[in-house]
Design a protein around this ligand. Structure first.
Ligand code: AMP
Length: 278
């Protein structure tokens, strides 16, 4: 496995690779990331993983400075997972000059996560386009844990006609249901015990939908109240259409329940997809 820090060395290494598959990450890797690699490997002659904490996608009061940076441990995990190339650039390598050209996503960037993290998806789309230009993969794998991010990037690739297939991966969870996340390490023991409630609350909304309930706003509110009652500060719980995250009509069948809430200093997100019978 090659660990590469510069864009020039990356291009050189990948020059003659006909068929690489790409997994972008911000590091502090867990089994969710490893699953993406396991999906990539059989499709690739060369599996490329990037580790880059992208300042552009963090708000001024977010956790950019304290985000965990654990390159050595990450490299060990990636080697065991059979990765061929790790691209771990520093900031100057990705942003040698101020990034004045940016990717402006569709209105999807302003709702849900975007409403609470202004500029987040612009930062994500910009760095992912740049990484795509460096790696030039034929496919890239993204987790549905970050559902809205997956949709923004899928739309970007389609609208810019990038010759890259975006492949979604299911959310990997701890046995108690908590979605794995690099940010889970911020949780105290007490918060970690409480954290699975986010998934439970979203699943309870799914169960109501399956039972025939269609008053989406009441269900969203009820779920947020439940989180508040247990000491969370919810940003949103929302039943949406899978295709575009618009509020559903009563005829929509392919739905996703998304939620984001703060537990102490840690902001967690999660979602559960469901398909209602016709
Ligand atoms: P991150 O390092 O948090 O930027 O995540 C890198 C990639 O891993 C993104 O495509 C995420 O959606 C994906 N990912 C993160 N956590 C999980 C998880 N628990 N299950 C599946 N994919 C995940």
């Amino acid at each position: 496995m090659d660990v590469i820090h510069s864009a020039a060395a990356l291009r050189e290494r990948l020059q003659r690779v006909p068929n690489n598959v790409f997994v972008p990450t911000m590091g502090h890797l867990h089994d969710g990331h490893i699953q993406l690699i396991n999906i990539a490997k059989p499709r690739a002659t060369c599996t490329v993983v990037s580790i880059f904490v992208n300042r552009l996608q963090f708000g001024p009061r977010e956790d950019f400075d304290r985000y965990p940076r654990t390159l050595e441990a990450d490299a060990g995990r990636l080697e065991s997972a059979g990765v061929d190339v790790v691209f771990a650039p520093d900031e100057r390598e990705i942003y040698p000059e101020p990034q004045t050209f940016v990717v402006e996503p569709s209105d999807l960037q302003y709702v849900l996560e975007g409403a609470h993290r202004p500029g987040h998806f612009r930062g994500v789309a910009t760095v992912v386009l740049k990484l795509f230009n460096l790696v030039m993969p034929h496919s890239a794998i993204f987790g549905k844990k970050d559902y809205q991010q997956y949709l923004v990037l899928r739309d970007m690739v389609r609208q810019f006609a990038l010759p890259i297939e975006i492949i979604p991966a299911e959310t990997v969870r701890a046995p108690d249901g908590l979605a794995l996340s690099s940010r889970n390490m911020y949780l105290s023991a007490q918060e970690r015990a409480e954290a699975p409630r986010l998934h439970q609350v979203l699943s309870a909304v799914c169960a109501e939908l399956k039972g025939g309930a269609r008053d989406f706003q009441r269900m969203d509110q009820q779920a947020m109240t439940e989180l508040l009652r247990h000491g969370w500060q919810p940003d949103y719980v929302a039943v949406r259409r899978q295709a575009d995250l618009h509020p559903p009509t009563e005829r929509d069948r392919e739905l996703v329940v998304l939620g984001a809430a703060r537990l102490g200093r840690t902001r967690l997100i999660d979602n559960v997809e469901l398909t209602l019978p016709a």
